[in-house]
Design a protein around this ligand. Structure first.
Ligand code: GLN
Length: 487
């Protein structure tokens, strides 16, 4: 049996039936990592010793006849901006060199309690700033479907690890699309939960009003299972929503009859790849045939989303990243003449180009004299973008769009022009500004064999609605069953 290619729910059945042990799974995954990692480079750090110890605990529980939960013994990868106690956490930046968090992120401790096994920490754009993982200070992660292409970003390592079967599932973070866009590029499922649904405690902050942690998985069922474990109120995060967490596996029903699907006219724009447009149109037809009612809607402020995001996200980043000063965390430049020089040298040497660009942009937007013109204006536009969705959801239950305007592009194609790179997130960014949930799932393939993502957006805290539509579509199609050959 090729265990590494199975979903978490399939592995759970196998563990229960004792067709495989957690130890055998861990060994199979590290063998897989050993054989494909030279090409893919999804991981920054492997945690084999801890993984084997956790596997041993799960196998003992199974041997004692204890009932195991759906994630017990399931091998999972963590984006390298999530704190895992005692294991180096880099955010793919030099500035965190040597940093080992003394605590677990809330999502990490929830997963540990559920018996999940962490295989390692995955590569990303430095501090989650980017759409291709090319901004990592370390390796370039490759797209498992075509090693000459980017895996998407910033959670490119997590998406590639799942697509290449180097982990059954992974966690990523999404500030403007960083779970959904790499999921689309790599042909896996990625969910950005409603803001406040999943605790951010222990997630290294990029833009705190936009960041959310979410799962990347091989199918929609696994996404629901992971969300059940990581979602819910956490008093350690002051922005965590104090709401009961519904059992999201209840949403896994193959039925969209009577559901109202909105198709925003502003999302079918010039410059969109015709194969992406075709796949999404086809997907909408499929859902219509299954009984959904399709309506054209308008989200009139869409054209301002990217500009609004790049003011707010950089403003928040400039404040959040002020803490890396050579004293409190990680890297310190060899002593300067005085404290100020030490700070300046540390930050000049420790941060990469994109991070510096954003700190400068954000500092500028927040500076006296410009604050009203940029930051305050952007906050006002953010409200208008949110109101567009409030208005749309009076007429529809979910909204269907492409996840990204093109399939995975080639290395270097967009690095010379930051604006081109920023436009990769044109379809994902509004969701973060509005705080609503959205999922990307395999929606087709290009003629060249590259995955195309289908995005489904929901009302705030209606993860059930988007999972139901996603599950129905998935059961009707075979895209999620394809695996890259990696030969
Ligand atoms: N690509 C976007 C950016 O660079 C989004 C990143 C993210 O979601 N973390 O900011």
């Amino acid at each position: 049996m090729n265990w590494v290619e199975l979903t978490a729910h399939e592995l759970h059945d196998a563990l229960k039936k004792k067709s495989v042990s957690a130890k055998e799974l861990v060994d199979a995954f590290y063998a897989r990592i050993e054989s494909v990692e030279k090409g893919v480079r999804a991981y920054n750090t492997l945690t084999q010793k801890e993984a084997l110890a956790q596997a041993d605990r799960i196998d003992q529980a199974i041997a004692r006849g204890e009932a195991i939960g759906p994630l017990a013994g399931i091998p999972i990868a963590l984006k390298d901006n999530l704190c895992l106690e005692g294991v180096r956490t880099t955010c793919s930046s030099k500035i965190l060199d040597g940093y080992r968090p003394p605590y677990d992120a809330t999502v990490v401790s929830s997963l540990k309690k559920a018996g999940a096994i962490f295989l390692g920490k995955t590569n990303m754009d430095e501090f989650a700033m980017g759409s291709s993982t090319e901004n990592s200070a370390f390796e370039k992660t490759k797209n498992p479907w075509d090693l000459s292409r980017i895996p998407g970003g910033s959670s490119g390592g997590s998406a590639a690890a799942v697509a290449a079967s180097e982990a059954t599932a992974a966690l990523g973070s999404d500030t403007g699309g960083s779970i959904r866009q790499p999921a689309a590029c790599c042909g896996v499922v990625g969910l950005k939960p409603t803001y406040g649904r999943v605790s951010r405690y222990g997630l290294v902050a990029f833009a705190s009003s936009l960041d959310q942690i979410g799962p990347l998985t091989k199918d929609v069922t696994d996404t629901a299972t992971l969300m059940n474990v990581i979602g819910g109120y956490d008093r350690s995060d002051s922005t965590s929503a104090d709401l009961p967490m519904p059992d999201l596996t209840r949403a896994l029903r193959r039925d969209v009859r009577g559901m109202r699907l909105g198709v925003p006219k502003e999302y079918f724009i010039e410059g969109m790849d015709p194969e992406v447009e075709g796949a999404v149109a086809q997907a909408i037809e499929t859902l219509k045939k299954l009984g959904a009612e399709v309506k054209e809607i308008s989200l009139p402020h869409t054209e301002y989303a990217v500009a609004t995001y790049y003011i707010l996200a950089t403003a928040e980043a400039s404040s959040n990243l002020a803490r890396y000063d050579g004293v409190r965390y990680g890297y310190r430049a060899p002593e300067g003449r005085d404290l100020l020089e030490m700070y300046m040298k540390t930050r000049a040497e420790g941060f990469g180009q994109e991070v510096k660009r954003r700190i400068m942009l954000g500092t500028y937007a927040l500076s006296a004299g410009y604050y009203d013109a940029y930051y305050k204006k952007a906050q006002q536009v953010r409200t208008l973008i949110k109101r567009d969705f409030d208005e749309a959801y009076k007429a529809v239950d979910v909204i269907v769009t492409p996840t990204a305007p093109t399939p995975a592009f080639r290395f270097g194609e967009k690095t010379a022009d930051p604006l081109q790179m920023y436009l990769s997130d044109i379809f994902t960014i509004s969701v973060n500004l509005a705080g609503i949930p959205a999922i990307s799932l395999p929606g087709g393939f290009s003629k060249g064999g590259l995955p195309i993502g289908l995005q489904i957006l929901g009302r705030a805290f209606d993860e059930e609605g988007i999972l139901r539509v996603a599950y129905t579509f998935e059961q009707e199609t075979e895209f999620h069953t394809r695996r890259p050959s990696l030969s």
